[in-house]
Design a protein around this ligand. Structure first.
Ligand code: NAD
Length: 502
């Protein structure tokens, strides 16, 4: 059976950053790998007046590095067409429909259409509505709508957006992108859990002490200050990426690895998230904002000094929190999460800390109790695992020491990995929604996040409260310390060390 997919891609926001940096290279890789071949076409739309020729030149420039020859890139780009389009102008949809129908005939696309909304979320509803009203949806093939984040800015706005979109598309036609779900190691969470009896049999509150999830960025807001200042880390990272990872870690095993079954289990896990009262939010959540500092001789701006950010902004660039999943498997196990900008090191890591054996027979060389077993999952940029065990220390006596069994993917292996967007677009072409978020997941996540936001909005913070290049405010260390734990991933030793020394 041929692996070639037949489809017309209509990219709304075809001149934008996402299209240029992610979508064109990903489509190119799918082309190079034979998933797209003769029977595909792309219509890029945006407000600017561009000719097809100019558009193709732009596309070639974005994929040239990936191509064996320039001719190959040009051959790929010859499938691209540009249509100047204002999303609010109804007539433009008729022009778009005529072009889409013509390309459908020319490339024999069998009516398969992928509508990719790579533009401001303010337009998602109106575009979806007009696609339906102006009859761009075909009756012969599949019609799928891919939507970028953010999906609303709270539960109410997300619900309104969803209702608007659902008046044109069915839930199973809507693919809400969370690019973390396209990451190889995020997809590996399920394989490691459900592919290993050793792990899955211990994956519960009898054996696990706590779970830690860190999504750390070393960059600041860069040129995205205007957007970020209306969002903040809670909405930008926790509502989607962090809670999606938590859902994958916490869900029950699905009966089969199929999109409906997996998403049903994730929804159940998210619905079991404990919703906090305002007082509980203050106890269990920490927010921060980075300040001006000098790191390795480089002076870094504080958040409020960044472009397009209000001087007295109360927007958080850091969040840490303690979550509970109230069900039989997870009762009593804290899940600590943290994410932030301008932290010491870029990386996404999960640490699962197991309980110590009830009666300890061994100590370390310094007569200290043995550390717990820890399974670390490195999501990015390092990809791999590490399992910390205790073993006998070489030499006389029976002292023990922690050792690590580590498997890290080589730079070559990770370089050959398909990009997250490439995998997600292919999944969408295949009609596989596993790695896209269902509305019920979005709704539960917003309900959880809204509680935190409401409590925070009642108080003003003394910002900034962490220096660039640290791992966030000291309170995020106390969050664990008061429970007798500490963050396992601690790229800046200073604060963590000071605390364990206390
Ligand atoms: P962008 O501002 O670079 O591009 C927006 C596009 O929309 C441009 O092509 C612009 O011409 C077009 N546009 C704007 N108003 C229009 C109108 N009235 N009619 C027709 N076209 C119009 O934005 P971006 O960074 O590419 O982001 C697009 C979407 O993807 C957003 O929802 C964003 O949140 C999301 N996203 C982007 C990234 C990224 O890396 N850029 C990452 C994650 C999510």
């Amino acid at each position: 059976m041929t692996k070639e997919k037949k489809a017309l891609f209509i990219i709304f926001g075809g001149t934008g950053d996402l299209a240029n940096r992610k979508l064109y290279p990903s489509l190119y890789r799918l082309y190079k790998n034979g998933y797209l071949n003769e029977h595909f076409a792309v219509i890029g739309t945006a407000r600017r007046e561009w000719s097809d020729e100019y558009y193709r030149e732009v596309v070639v420039s974005k994929v040239e590095d990936l191509a064996d020859t320039k001719e190959q890139a040009e051959e790929f780009a010859s499938h691209f067409y540009y249509q100047s389009h204002n999303v609010k102008d109804l007539e433009h949809y008729t022009t778009l429909k005529n072009l889409a129908d013509r390309l459908d005939d020319k490339y024999q696309l069998e009516g398969n259409r992928m509508f990719y909304l790579a533009m401001s979320p303010n337009f998602f509803g109106i575009i979806a509505e007009n696609i339906k009203e102006q009859q761009l949806i075909t009756s012969t093939g599949f019609n799928r709508l891919i939507i970028e984040k953010p999906f609303g800015h709270d539960y109410q706005s997300a619900l309104e957006l969803n209702t608007h979109i659902r008046s044109s598309f069915e839930e199973d036609q809507i693919y809400r992108i969370d690019h973390y779900l396209g990451k190889e190691m995020v997809q590996n969470i399920s394989t490691v859990r459900f592919g290993n009896q050793l792990i899955e049999s211990m994956w519960n509150n009898q054996y696990i002490n706590n779970i830690q999830v860190t999504l750390s960025e070393s960059l600041g807001v860069e040129e995205r200050g205007g957007y970020y200042d209306t969002s903040g880390a809670l909405r930008d990272m926790v509502q989607n990426h962090v809670l999606q990872i938590v859902a994958l870690l916490a869900m029950e095993p699905p009966s089969i690895m199929h999109d409906n079954e997996i998403r049903q289990e994730k929804i159940k896990a998210l619905r079991a998230l404990r919703l906090y009262s305002k007082d509980e939010v203050r106890l269990n959540f920490v927010r921060g904002q980075y300040g001006h500092s000098t790191v390795n001789g480089e002076t870094l701006l504080g958040y409020c000094e960044e472009q397009n950010v209000a001087e007295d902004s109360q927007t958080e660039t850091f969040v840490a929190g303690k979550l509970f999943i109230d069900n039989v498997r997870w009762s009593g196990v804290p899940i600590y999460i943290r994410t932030g900008k301008r932290l010491a090191e870029k990386g996404t890591q999960i640490d699962i800390e197991f309980k110590n054996i009830p009666h300890q027979l061994f100590q370390t060389e310094n007569d200290e109790p043995l550390p717990p077993n820890v399974l670390s999952i490195f999501i990015s940029p390092t990809e791999g695992f590490s399992l910390q065990l205790n073993a006998k220390k070489i030499g006389p006596g029976v002292k023990a020491e922690p050792i690590k069994l580590t498997s890290i993917r080589s730079a070559e292996e990770t370089a050959n990995n398909p990009e997250a967007y490439e995998k997600l677009i292919l999944d969408c072409l295949n009609g596989d929604a596993t790695n896209f978020t269902h509305w019920d997941e979005v709704a539960s996540s917003w309900e959880f996040v809204d509680r935190i936001r409401e409590a925070w909005d009642e108080t003003t913070m003394e910002f900034p409260n962490y220096p660039s290049g640290s791992m966030g405010p000291i309170e995020s260390m106390y969050l664990l310390k008061k429970d007798g734990f500490q963050w396992h991933w601690s790229p800046v030793k200073t604060i963590a060390d000071e605390m364990t020394d206390k």
